[in-house]
Design a protein. Structure first.
Length: 472
């Protein structure tokens, strides 16, 4: 797969944030992206504390690892050691409202505070950063890259947007490699803080129209991201995307897709629960790659990951072995349970195109089986902006159980409810219910393949749904 290491000269490491601050306080510490930064500072023996609205499995794990977390927006809960502006850095997500009491306290008392993306930007200044962006696919691609590098002689650190099941963590730390893999989030233009050595763009389907006024602005944001690639770096972009890269002339560009480009797949074969394909790449063909998470949507993700691995110095044998034992990220086409009676898959898909890709992959993998989907819409604005597209994707199911909208950072929008989606879904077997009613609704059904879909708090229901499947 590679004949030489195509890396450029590494950047010398500086630890300015680590040297300047001994305490790190997070508002929104339990989020998947915030938690890997919290783990990063804990791994450097720093004092870490923070606030989140609810206790989750992830925040509870952070507490076990040494983070001090509380779940009430109350300044009195901030320990004295974190109230010194000289020694404490406050880190927050753009979803935190400016009226949040603790946020106001840190602002009014002249603390240094940074968005999560700014901190990642500082880290990408220090290392060769592989930054994976896209409306969808970025968690899987970045996880595949991190695993391939981690299992090879190259190694890497990684800040991931999902819990990589091979390591049961969203943070990987290397003592030997200066390569860092980062999931580049386009929300709030966060990825504009990054300094990629290798940038990957998987998709640019419009999203986050609560932040971007229109599709043009959304695409321009990705074009800006390409302009941030360092000199003599690389852009790996899916062929056919509706953007014009703005890279420096020294940046080398590669395209990929399922069927064409500088990197693509050939001879894709399903059989006996496996998926095998050949990878065509600039230096030849890597034959019979056995995909560890054998669904069609992951073939294209694996192609993008292969391109980054190729540029990073991973050998053909190393990549093949890594991809065959790749277990996937939690909540990314995650096989939770399988028996002779029922299969239970969980997927984070929350954009209409993600839903379509996920459902079609399931139908391909389980041909002839009845597919029952449980979908929790995420954000009122996304529901409003893509109403018809959601209905079209969900109509691919055989049976739909639709939950109420998960608001996340938003206040309700008058007239926008899950009922609007349900009315437009064309299949007959459909129902709307609350999360509290879900288990009772399931008891009246006999699914053959059950898939949970969405980016909200449906995750909290997964253990109960899995137990329901085990009882069938």
């Amino acid at each position: 797969m590679i004949t030489e290491n195509k890396t450029s000269e590494p950047i010398k490491t500086s630890h300015s944030i680590l040297e300047k601050f001994s305490n790190f306080y997070f508002i929104g510490i339990g989020g998947i992206g915030m938690s890997n930064l919290a783990r990063y500072f804990l791994s450097h023996n720093k004092q870490v504390a923070g606030y989140d609205r609810t206790s989750t499995t992830l925040s509870q794990q952070l507490e076990k690892e040494g983070a001090l977390i509380h779940y009430e927006d109350n300044v009195n809960n901030i320990l004295p050691r974190f109230k010194n502006p000289e020694t404490t850095l406050m880190i927050y997500t753009p979803a935190v409202p400016g009226s949040q009491r603790e946020f106001v306290y840190f602002t009014e008392n002249n603390f240094v505070f940074m968005k999560r993306a700014q901190v990642l930007g500082e880290i990408t200044k220090l290392n060769r950063a592989i930054c994976c962006a896209g409306t969808h696919g970025k968690t899987t691609v970045s996880s595949m890259i991190a695993h391939a590098l981690r299992q090879s002689s190259v190694d890497c650190s990684a800040f991931l947007g999902g819990i990589l099941k091979n390591y049961q963590s969203n943070l990987l730390i290397s003592d030997t490699s200066d390569i860092t893999v980062i999931e580049a989030d386009e929300y709030d233009r966060s990825f504009h803080w990054l300094h990629p050595w290798i940038a990957i763009i998987t998709s640019t389907d419009p999203d986050h129209l609560d932040v971007y006024e229109n599709t043009q602005q959304y695409h321009e944001s990705f074009e800006k991201f390409t302009s941030l690639i360092r000199n003599n770096g690389y852009l790996i972009i899916k062929k056919g995307l509706s953007i014009t890269p703005q890279c420096h002339e020294s940046v080398t560009q590669y395209t990929y897709s399922l069927t064409e480009g500088d990197f693509y797949a050939d001879n894709i074969h399903y059989g006996n629960g496996t998926l095998v394909f050949d990878l065509v790449y600039p230096e030849g063909i890597l034959k019979r790659i056995n995909l560890g998470v054998p669904v069609l949507i992951n073939v294209e993700n694996a192609i993008a990951a292969a391109a980054a691995a190729w540029l990073s110095g991973v050998s053909p044998d190393e990549f093949k072995v890594a991809l065959s034992n790749y277990q996937g990220a939690k909540r990314r086409f995650d096989l939770r349970f399988k028996s002779n009676e029922v299969v239970f898959v969980d997927d984070y898909a929350h954009h209409p195109n993600e839903l379509m890709a996920s459902i079609l992959s399931i139908k391909k993998l389980y041909t002839g089986k009845k597919i029952t989907g449980i979908f929790q819409p995420h954000l009122y604005s996304r529901t409003r902006d893509f109403l018809d597209d959601f209905a079209a994707s969900l109509s691919l199911l055989d049976e739909l159980i639709l939950l109420d909208i998960y608001p996340a950072r938003e206040e309700p929008i008058e007239g926008i409810t899950s009922q609007l989606i349900l009315d437009k879904v064309t299949i007959e077997n459909k129902i709307l219910c609350s999360k509290e009613e879900l288990l009772n609704v399931l008891k009246d059904r006999t699914p053959e393949v059950l898939v949970t879909l969405g980016a909200g708090d449906i995750e909290s229901m997964l253990p109960d749904i899995e137990q329901y499947c085990r009882n069938i």
